[in-house]
Ligand binder design. Structure first.
Ligand code: IMP
Ligand code: MG
Length: 170
């Protein structure tokens, strides 16, 4: 495996789009509503930290470590962050990438069992070529071609999360 020479999404494009997504989320949030933002780790840690700093609404952040369903993760084994309210809240799930759709579909079903007042999902990247189950996120940063992308929090075998842009491995 080696990194492609090509940059798919530059640092500047990421900053601009994340700012736009934050503005969309702010505009869609009822004035005075308190957001509960659930960041799916590990991949979303950089995206979420940039996003929340641009959202203009009071919010709490919960960090949820989750292994993708396609790689053996199980939503029934999840340990939700302590002191992070879900029931009755204006809940925003923040994920790095939507690929097969299994992870977000299963997580959303699991979260709905806890009856949030509202559930929205923001994904930085959407890879529609990989889709196996339908899932419609509320906010999408970029739609990308069928590559294994890395950088800006996303990894290949644990590496490349620190790249400031998005590229891919070959
Ligand atoms: P899925 O939608 O259930 O296939 O799961 C998406 C999860 O798989 C994401 O949260 C990532 O952790 C991981 N993933 C899928 N595609 C990529 C990729 O291109 N690069 C890095 N991680 C990916
Ligand atoms: Mg992930």
């Amino acid at each position: 495996m080696r990194l492609a020479d090509e940059i798919l999404i530059t640092e500047e494009q990421l900053a601009t789009r994340v700012g736009e997504m934050a503005a969309e989320i702010t505009a869609d949030t009822e004035p005075g509503s308190m957001l509960s933002v659930l960041a799916i780790l590990d991949g979303a840690f950089i995206f979420c930290s940039d996003l929340i700093r641009r959202v203009d609404a009071p919010l709490r952040v919960g960090l949820l470590r989750m292994i993708s369903i396609t790689r053996g993760g199980d939503v029934d084994q999840l340990r939700f962050p302590a002191d992070f309210p879900i029931t009755g809240t204006d809940l925003l799930v923040v994920e790095d990438i939507l690929d097969t759709g299994h992870t977000l579909a299963a997580l959303s079903d699991r979260l709905m069992q806890q009856a949030p007042a509202r559930l929205r999902t923001a994904v930085l990247l959407d890879k529609p070529a990989g889709r196996e189950v339908e899932f419609k996120p509320d906010y999408v940063g970029f739609t990308i071609p069928d590559h294994w992308v890395v950088g800006y929090g996303l990894d290949s075998g644990g590496l490349y999360r620190n790249l400031p842009h998005i590229t891919y491995v070959k």
